[in-house]
Design a binder for this molecule. Sequence first.
Ligand code: PLP
Length: 405
Amino acid sequence: MLLKETGLTTQQVIDLTEKYMIETYARFPFVAERAEGIYIYDTEGNAWLDFYAGIAVNSCGNCNPVVTKAIQEQAGQIVHTFNYPYSIPQAVLAKFICETIGMDKIFYQNSGTEANEAMIKLARKYGVDNFGPNRYEIITAVKGFHGRTYGAMSATGQPGSCIHKGFEPLLPGFKYVEYNNLKAWEDAITPNTIAFMLEPVQGEGGVIPAKPEFLQGLRDLADKNNMLLCFDEVQTGWGRTGAIMAYMGYGVKPDIVSMAKAMGNGVAIGAICATAKAASAFGAGAHGSTFGGSILNCAASYAAVTTIVGEKLYENAAVMGDYLSDLFAKMPHVKDVRHRGLLVGVEFDAPKGADIKHGCVDQKMLVTAIGTSIIRVIPPLVITKADCDECAKRMTLAVKEAYGE
Ligand code: PLP
């Protein structure tokens, strides 16, 4: 929908939003109208350098022509039927994903948090079915983030944060343990524990990559204790970290993995994939979703994931992630740069995160801030070195502005 087709002004769009929407978001100060590649164009004709990709979603680039064509063609054929008839996009996408990431089965959802609900439900049902009614506890990570629905929110190890506050009592059965501390995870296991659930790289928690020996240690502990290893790859999946799935880069295979974001390049789709053993806990009637696996979204997702794999965008993410992180490390006031592929966190030496984010907005560049002093940079995976240079140039100006230099 273009502004001129509505007869509205830019300010009227903002006013309507504020009047009629329940607002929980800190908005960027523009109305997005169209997008292409690594740029978003607003209603006033400005181009915004997109280094947040709709929060790690538009990995193939905004309005990637292959994905757009798939959406357009599918929309003219059949959009939605619910999961009673078999569907061609569902089937070809299932085969491609399972074979590409070495999993046996997939269940489609609509978002990251829903994928995590499915992962939690599958793990708990597996525990209860195989080991008895008390075997449902899941150990998750302090500072982890898994979503905003009740199960995923309860799995999120951020007590006292705005994610939990006011929503207690949460779903019981979760225990939060320090990330990257294998001994603590081992000590937290009880006879009722069925699973470990964590992000291979903590995103919202400050861009903290797992140590390889931590993930391998969890795999070994899960095997030894008849438990499941569950990875939340909603943010890290589909190329972001320099491997197709982050676990493939680490060489540690989970029993269940959740995914969303880049899987649809902007179309709302999520999923879990599981080994046949874990997947066997779901039978007829155990779980369901009206829109999960919608034909339109599966067609778009097939275009997105085959583009990420076919064009080796994960390899570009690895190269550009190193290049961009080196540029960031040379900027003033940087305390630490952590990254895996193009999931990059820049930590500053003072609580200037919000100021730097706003300074980037002044430079017509979009990034996100985490906590008080971290800027997270999660661009489309199609960026070039020249794009990285431009990003570092604009960010440096934003840093100087934030520090009053
Ligand atoms: N899990 C992780 C690791 C995420 O980063 C996010 C969103 O940022 C979610 C789950 C929730 O996904 P969604 O917003 O699609 O529900």
